[in-house]
Design a protein around this ligand. Structure first.
Ligand SMILES: [Zn+2]
Ligand SMILES: [Zn+2]
Length: 760
């Protein structure tokens, strides 16, 4: 024998279940002449391989480097054990005897092999809308527990036919142990129903009939992977308007689904990284530059030069798009910021007033999830909403530690479970203000705890006493709790996502978060780490007349900021003529129902309204987005003057100074494109100036950028460049949203640190 013979036990963790990992191991072992076995356990995939040690070395190298496309290894351990003298290499069955740590994969878009078979008349799954394999198909949305086996999925109601079973048991087959494996003879089927629930087409007739209805301007509810969509022809202006009317969604852009990348290119001008994102297995909505001549109805995405586009990601979508022949509006079937519908009957009840027809099927969805939304900002694809396709993929942390559950904030919420060195974030849960969303919040926590067999030692919540999530954490858990300040959580989330411990300077910009001093924070320069934080700088606090009423009506904020700035004699700005401004001025003068805020979002609102932009918003952030898009990005104009004054250890970034100059610019007749550009440049300069002052005091050179305002590409791009030029290391979000969707991660890592600190 040329080599000494060994047997090694290898345990790997990561995303290794439900994505063809065991067949990969099996084929690899065979090609290297090794014997032994591979088995899924809830502690990971366990391999025992026996053979020449050189072959074993090659085996380990390939395991790490030649993985199937969806697999991610987070740990790899190998030990030599006594020989067993097996004759062959085999795949064993799942065991549930060890502690769980192996991940369920996210739902995966249809793979190219299955797509080819779907449209191959000689394939036995020709035009079958539930075709899938180990490389693609539903995962997270159909799983009830681990290990990932058919009995723990929505497919347990479907007994495989002989042909499917043969594939499922054949090690060399692409469908070996593909848990959702099915065919027209044994798997789920489509039904098309009218609004009374009467079936008007079945199985193979459904896609053509559905496309015909869409072509005549009907609104269809379509059951997808993570829930129902509402679908209409994207070119049909009248139908798109009708959909908006029925859904009560006035202006927020709607996403469009294209059948393939060529169709997507006809809708948007796409950079290479945007194309890659569209074609990825996550298949997110990519917000990109809309083409003017795409034929998409104006009401799909009014008041913006962007369009959210995604590719068909289930076989049903492919069938529907091919029959229809053009792009479809596909928007989550829900009322605004309520959870997406998943159940057939629930959909027919809740969507009765919206959809004309229902395209349903009999494969259940266990865990709902909206489509993910990403956008290229400052040269990288960044997540705006994290859901289907990414969840429950873990965010890798620098270190392990005790288990912690964090429940996030209120708007655009997520929850987060820390387990070992992984952060498991829920999908986007919406605004936890209404009972439907609160129910979803509880479902998502229960599901995460179930599939990751978690036993958290601490529950972390926001400092805001009135949030439903805060109440839930305090009252329903019987576990120790910790309150964390909103912007501290943002800073910690940005550090954790970038695998840093801090301390760092955090520039945290958003709409609002409850401050420790009882005022509303939102434009902060903090210094901190997972242990704590200190505020070094913020926007000069300004009054917010009527609180939430001002958030919905930027003109009110503009009037208040002007009143505070000019104290009595306001400049004759055109927008003032359109509103009843005296009550607002009175409120500000008397400091009545006008909480003070350092919010960045409200500053954007005020500037937008003053300069002739959005006066009343139809969705969160609308005024700021439109102001950003209005900017003449190629303009040469200089920033405004800015002032920073120090008082009681805090550097106040002057807001009145800005409002005064912008007011003068508006009076002088400057176009909004120019004002917006100057305003953005001023913010970038002023924030970088603040960071430099904090660096002088603290010696820190790392800056973390977090908060919903960093979805603003001018701000993020400008700050990354300028801070970089000034010698800072700049951290930003990528996998997680910069907005409140990242809060739960920050809370969780602060909570874990708290457990360490109180133990030692
Ligand atoms: Zn496939
Ligand atoms: Zn079958």
């Amino acid at each position: 024998m040329p080599d000494n013979v060994q047997r090694r036990r290898i345990v790997v963790n990561g995303i290794v279940q439900g994505i063809g990992f065991r067949p990969f191991v099996y084929n690899l072992a065979h090609s290297l002449g090794l014997t032994g076995l591979v088995i899924n356990t809830s502690a990971g995939v366990k391999i025992e391989a026996e053979g020449a040690s050189s072959g074993l070395d090659d085996f380990e190298t390939s395991l790490k480097n030649d993985l199937p496309p969806q697999a991610i290894l987070t740990s790899f351990a190998s030990h030599v054990i006594p020989l067993c003298h097996d004759k062959t290499f085999t795949i064993g069955f799942s065991q549930e005897n060890e502690k769980a740590s192996t991940q369920i994969a996210p739902d995966l878009a249809l793979c190219p092999d299955c797509l080819r078979e779907l449209f191959d008349p000689n394939d036995r799954r020709y035009l079958y809308p539930f075709i899938n394999c180990t490389n693609c198909g539903p995962r997270y949305s159909i799983v009830t527990g681990i290990p990932y086996d058919r009995e723990k999925t929505a497919m347990r109601h479907f007994a495989m036919c002989a042909d499917c079973r043969r594939e499922y048991e054949d090690l060399s087959n692409r469908r070996f142990h593909a848990q959702p494996n099915a065919c027209p003879d044994c798997g789920p089927q489509l039904d098309l129903c009218d609004s009374d629930g009467q079936v008007i087409a079945r199985a193979g007739q459904v896609p053509a009939k559905a496309a015909e209805l869409l072509a005549t301007g009907k609104i269809l509810a379509v059951k997808g992977l993570g829930g129902f969509h509402l679908a209409v022809g994207a070119a049909n202006e009248a139908t798109v308007r009708e959909l908006r009317r029925r859904k009560g969604r006035e202006e927020k852009p709607l996403a469009v689904m294209a059948g393939d990348i060529d169709m997507a290119r006809r809708l948007c001008r796409l950079d290479q990284i945007e194309v890659e994102a569209l074609l990825s297995y996550a298949a997110p909505i990519v917000i990109a530059a809309a083409r003017g001549d795409s034929g998409v109805a104006p009401s799909v995405a009014p008041f913006t030069d962007k369009l959210g586009v995604m590719l068909a990601y289930t076989p049903l979508h492919h069938l529907l798009l091919r029959e229809f022949g053009g792009p479809l509006v596909m928007t989550s079937a829900n009322l605004s910021e309520e959870p997406i519908c998943i159940d057939n009957r629930e959909a027919m009840e809740r969507l009765a007033e919206i959809a004309d027809y229902f395209l349903v099927h009999d494969r259940d969805i266990y865990m709902r999830g909206d489509d993910s939304v990403v956008m290229q900002i400052a040269g990288e694809i960044r997540t705006l909403r994290r859901g289907r396709g990414y969840v429950p993929r873990p965010i890798g942390l620098k270190d392990g530690g005790p288990q912690v559950l964090a429940v996030g904030g209120e708007l655009k919420n997520t929850v987060c479970l820390l387990k070992g060195d992984q952060a498991l974030l829920s999908q986007h849960l919406g605004d936890i203000k209404n009972l439907e969303a609160f129910k979803f919040f509880r479902e998502a926590i229960a599901h995460l705890r179930e599939i990751f067999e978690a036993e958290p030692q601490l529950v972390v919540h926001d400092l805001h006493p009135a949030y439903l999530s805060t109440g839930w954490a305090r009252e329903e858990q019987g576990l120790p709790v910790l309150a964390v300040q909103h912007h501290h959580a943002h800073l910690a989330a940005c550090l954790a996502e970038n695998r840093k411990d801090g301390p760092a300077i955090g520039i945290i910009l958003d709409g609002s978060g409850y401050g420790p001093d009882g005022t509303i924070w939102g434009g902060e320069v903090l210094v901190g780490d997972f242990n704590g934080f200190k505020r070094y700088s913020c926007f000069e606090p300004m009054p917010l007349p009527g609180g939430d009423a001002a958030v919905k009506a930027p003109w009110r904020t503009a009037v208040a900021y002007l009143e505070k700035t000019f104290e009595g004699t306001l400049p004759d700005l055109p927008f003032l003529l359109d509103h009843d401004i005296e009550p607002i001025r009175e409120m500000v003068r008397k400091a009545f129902n006008s909480p003070m805020t350092s919010s960045c979002g409200r500053l954007f609102d005020a500037v937008a309204a003053m300069s002739g932009g959005r006066q009343v918003i139809a969705y969160e952030g609308q005024a700021a987005i439109e102001l950003m898009e209005a900017a003449d990005r190629n303009g040469e104009e200089l920033p405004y003057r800015w002032d920073i004054t120090q008082k009681d250890d805090i550097f106040y970034m002057g807001v009145r100074c800005l409002i005064r100059q912008i007011g003068a610019d508006v009076l002088a007749g400057s176009p909004q494109a120019l004002i917006s550009l100057r305003f953005h440049r001023t913010l970038v300069e002023m924030l970088a100036d603040s960071a430099e002052r904090v660096r002088k005091v603290t010696g820190l050179t790392t800056v973390a950028l977090s908060g919903g305002s960093f979805n603003n590409y001018l701000l993020l791009d400008g700050l990354i460049r300028l801070l970089g030029a000034k010698g800072f290391e700049v951290l930003a979000h990528q996998q997680l949203p910069a907005g409140d969707g990242c809060l739960s991660l920050g809370q969780a890592v602060i909570g874990r640190q708290h457990l360490w600190n109180t133990k030692h």
